[in-house]
Write a protein that binds this ligand. Sequence first.
Ligand code: B12
Length: 250
Amino acid sequence: MTIVRPYGDTTGDGMVQLSFTLPIPLDEPAGKRAEGAALQLAAKMGLDPAMVVHARQMGAGHTFFVVYGRSNHLVDLDKVQVVERDFRLLSAKEVNTAIKARLRRKLVVVGACIGTDAHTVGIDAILNVKGIAGEKGLEYYRECRVLNLGAQVSVPELVEHARAEKADAVLVSQVVTQRDAHLHNTREMSAAFREAFPAGRRPLLVVGGPRFDELMTSELGVDRIFGRGTTPREVASYLVQALTAGKVTA
Ligand code: B12
């Protein structure tokens, strides 16, 4: 068993910092109550001792807090569950070569933000030439053909475009998670593709966004989930390997 504790001032002291907002005004005389409420919450979250190191009123009637305190919980590294990368990270040249050799045609990608979500920066970072973190997006890959449908695309529209373009992969971004919108939209999307395409003929379904749990692929009916900090090269490497698995290089 490998146990670790947070590091604050000294190794293993368990000290953590967290921030949150409470719907309580900071103005005196209520200010003391606001800080007391923050400490009560921290104590209930298992921080003991805890101190308020920052408090600032956020508009009318709300206060933002930063609390620093000792967490008495232990982390068991043997019980950590994550989705490890199970494909090789390829260079753009390797991706293009693999598509050409194994698919023998361009790899077609259709992407969109679905539902009411208008946060396109993430999907643009993956698809558009400009890319992110010094990597160019999939449009830059000579052997990929990319159609980025942009924001607020309905599921039926997405299915139609995927069919018309003969998409190999459909890439969907969901950033807004209020009332689990990202989960409802993803389930609706995967169900629609299963209904519209015969088994074995549907495009690869990939969703991404900063607040997805990457362990939920089968529950959401998708092939892969990509989270915060994803780069286009990871996505290109995944797509080519997932779509050409078993296809032997000529
Ligand atoms: C920019 C922004 C906006 C812009 C969006 C402009 C645009 N064209 O995208 C505007 C001003 C329009 C906007 C509006 C709103 N926003 Co806003 N917005 C943000 C902000 C500041 C940054 C998001 C961003 O661009 N991140 C940068 C990109 C690169 O990161 P990313 O999306 O995570 O993408 C990466 C990965 O997640 C992954 N990825 C993402 N998608 C995909 C898809 C695939 C297929 C793959 C493989 C990978 C992948 O790869 C990307 C690159 O690494 C965030 C706060 C924040 N700091 O994150 C709030 C935030 C997302 N917005 C929020 C909210 C609430 C809204 C509004 C509802 C506000 C309002 N009341 O009107 C509206 C909703 C509009 C709508 N209909 O969707 C909330 C969402 C809260 C929640 N839990 O749902 C946030 C978190 C702010 C907050 N703390 O409250 N917003």
